[in-house]
Ligand binder design. Structure first.
Ligand code: AOF
Ligand code: ZN
Length: 425
């Protein structure tokens, strides 16, 4: 399934760095060995070596930094995933990653791991080191103090508190800084963090399960289960990674889903459950109200929601999000801005057809994940995946880019990105 070179897909829980080199034990490789392995792998793939030897070495260690970063996937919000590797005389002397918001930054963990050997070393890090006082002190001061002589960063930090100022501070201290090594992979890895910083809303995944003829329910409204066990397991992996799942009240009233993560592993965690529920119709016994869960349940309501209903729901620990400027309908764009302010970097929309249509119409979907089951449902009145007004010509269709296909037993996942301005479905 894995091709090379291919973009990193941080939503693939079986994600491994698409590298021909296994750097998991890179501590034991000298740079000459690592270069030889890189060459051999490149030859095996028939790829000509265009880059300089230093470049190849830099990319290898940056891959390791990315690999470390992703080990905390789904646990760092609202912070990015960051990994750091310190290399001296061709050997890794320190490594680290940012484990969760509020914990030490990757660079700090790597410097500590190096136990005094960071002096004269090169630091590889997938994001520009920070220069501000946040929950932790600035990494640049630590890097300068530790005597690091060169910093290779994959990309600049979009956080306005940093954004180039970290690089400048390192350069001012006489440290050689290079930015751009594996930049695309690094940006893809932290696409949720970048979206959050740049657009002020979470990265939005639209996950759909449909029949081959595009139906998400039968004519009686039955919708479970369209896909098989293996595809559904993948959805639980996705829930384990995203900060929130969002559905319309129609889906709750019809299916009464739990929207929790059920992977049967120790460190799984539930995403926040967000229900778009203009009139606060959520039943008090709905399964999404789950006090045993590690995550809260929110309902996003309009100004029309009856106060008595809201009070009753609050007594059940449901948290109310009143979406401003939403007298009747809840504006998804507005709701997402609020969720971003609450620290959610990523949200997965799980239905139904009206919510999908609104999200596309409002231009807030970044990525579509369409699970297709090999069944035909038919029926003019059975719901198809995306409702809304529809379009006149195919030129108006929402088109996916960077399309990738994966199989889950007999189901197929088609996933791709939506870029730029979208048209109304
Ligand atoms: C991280 N981990 O390894 C790096 C980050 O509140 P703070 O102190 O944790 O600062 C968070 C910001 O620091 C974050 O938005 C990003 O701009 C920068 N770099 N953050 O969480 C790291 N290197
Ligand atoms: Zn930092």
């Amino acid at each position: 399934m894995i091709s090379w070179p291919s973009p990193i897909n941080p939503w693939d829980s079986r994600w491994i760095l698409h590298t021909v080199l296994d750097l998991r034990h890179s501590r034991h490789y000298t740079s000459a060995e690592s270069l030889r392995l890189n060459r051999k792998a490149a030859q095996g793939l028939g790829i000509g070596i265009m880059t300089s030897e230093q470049n190849i070495i830099d990319r290898s260690y940056m891959r390791r930094a990315l690999e470390l970063a992703v080990s905390a996937r789904g646990r760092t919000s609202p912070n990015p995933m960051v990994g750091a590797v310190l290399v001296k005389d061709g050997r890794v002397v320190g490594e680290g990653f940012h484990a969760f918001a509020g914990s030490d930054h990757a660079e700090c963990v790597a410097v500590r791991d190096a136990q005094g050997q960071a002096r004269g070393a090169t630091l590889y890090v997938n994001l520009e080191p920070c220069c501000h006082y946040g929950k932790t002190p600035p990494c640049v001061e630590l890097i300068i103090g530790a005597g690091v002589s060169r910093v290779v960063a994959a990309c600049q930090d979009p956080n306005p508190a940093v954004n180039g100022k970290g690089i400048e501070a390192l350069q001012a201290a006489g440290i050689g800084v290079e930015v751009g090594c594996l930049a695309d992979e690094a940006a893809r890895l932290n696409e949720a963090f970048f979206t959050h910083m740049q657009l002020g809303r979470p990265f939005v995944l639209m996950k759909v399960a449909s029949s081959l003829d595009g139906k998400i329910a039968t004519r009686t409204g039955e919708s479970r289960w369209i896909t098989g066990e293996s595809a559904r397991q993948h959805v639980h992996r996705l829930r384990n990674m995203v900060d929130g799942v969002l559905v319309g009240i129609g889906t709750i009233l019809r299916d009464d889903p739990m929207l929790t993560t059920r992977l049967g592993i120790e460190d799984q965690r539930d995403p926040a459950r967000i229900i778009v529920d203009n009139l606060a119709r959520l039943p008090l016994r709905a399964k999404v109200i789950n006090r045993a869960s590690t995550a809260p349940t929110y309902i996003a309501v309009s100004a029309m929601a009856p106060p008595a209903r809201l009070e009753a729901l609050e007594r059940e620990q449901v948290q109310i999000i009143r979406v401003e400027d939403s007298p009747r309908r809840v504006s998804l764009a507005r709701l997402l801005q609020t969720l971003a302010k609450m620290g959610l970097l990523s949200v997965m929309i799980e239905g139904g057809a009206e919510i999908y249509a609104s999200a596309l119409k409002e231009g807030v979907v970044d990525k579509v994940l369409m699970f297709l089951a090999p069944i035909l449902v038919g029926g003019k009145s059975s719901a198809s995946a995306v409702a809304g007004e529809g379009i006149d010509t195919f030129s108006q269709a929402v088109r996916l880019a960077d399309v990738r296909i994966e199989r889950f037993d007999s189901d197929i996942l088609v996933e791709g990105y939506i870029r730029g301005q979208q048209q109304a479905p």
